[in-house]
Write a protein that binds this ligand. Structure first.
Ligand code: AP5
Length: 216
């Protein structure tokens, strides 16, 4: 099963993707994480992406589409995946349709996590993440000093540069102008399922799991 997790920045896509992948044994593919991994490794792609991410803008479509095609074409995606953070524009959605056709794969559904702008600001201002496994935590809702997972060996949690208030505002603007129209594309394809992201992580997980089971 191949699923897209869709929603504004900070809606909980990364958090819910982790839960769904664990429960359903799917692979989590997040374009933001791939850009950040490249940035940590100081690759050309990472340095290019940073200039856009720091301004709350989208990395150019041709670079992003090629990166996603390459990732989806790897054998570890065969058991199904959760795509988080892509597509984010209509041209990206159209490109994904072509990529899936070329790879003889199919998107089963798009889970839209609906959260208000106010809650986004609340969540992102307190978010801290592990540099090693990229898992998001929260200073108030899910507080840890260091990553609790053994494989990360006590890695210190840090705040993302693009979670500064002015960048969060720019990301929300980008979402409303460029990303939200993608919802229509998937609504017309009859693939979109909306869930409320306003409850606790557990509440939202239950809704997400139920929605995914309805697709199966
Ligand atoms: P990306 O990393 O994808 O960022 P985003 O979409 O803005 O999403 P976030 O990772 O900020 O939030 P999330 O929805 O995953 O929420 P999370 O689970 O962490 O992209 C970053 C940048 O990369 C973009 O701005 C762009 O520049 C570039 N980029 C990426 N993809 C691109 C593309 N396709 N094209 C072009 N450019 C691209 O949760 C947030 C916080 O809330 C956490 O602290 C979490 O613990 C907490 N939380 C989660 N759920 C709950 C809950 N139910 N209750 C309370 N707290 C909660």
């Amino acid at each position: 099963m191949n699923i897209i997790l869709f929603g504004p920045p900070g809606s909980g896509k990364g958090t819910q993707a982790e839960q769904l992948c664990k429960k359903l044994n799917l692979l989590h593919i997040a374009t933001g994480d791939i850009f950040r991994e490249n940035l940590n490794q100081k690759t050309d792609l990472g340095n290019l992406a940073k200039t856009y991410m720091d301004r709350g803008e989208l990395v150019p479509g041709d670079v992003t589409n090629a990166m996603v095609r390459d990732r989806l074409d790897r054998p570890d995606t065969a058991g199904g995946f959760v795509l988080d953070g892509f597509p984010r524009t209509l041209p990206q959605a159209e490109a994904l349709t072509v990529i899936m056709k070329d790879l003889e794969r199919q998107i089963y559904g798009v889970l839209y996590i609906n959260v208000s702008d106010e809650e986004v600001v609340n969540r992102l201002s307190g978010r801290i993440i592990c540099r090693e496994c990229q898992t998001p935590f929260h200073k108030i809702y899910n507080p840890f000093e260091s990553c609790p997972f053994e494989k990360c060996n006590g890695e210190h949690l840090y705040q993302r540069d693009d979670d500064k208030p002015e960048t969060v505002r720019a990301r929300l603007e980008t979402y409303h102008t460029q990303t939200a129209p993608v919802l229509d594309y998937y609504q017309q394809a009859n693939l979109m399922i909306e869930i409320s992201g306003a409850g606790t992580v557990k509440d939202v997980s239950q809704q997400a799991l139920q929605a995914v089971k309805s697709l199966a």
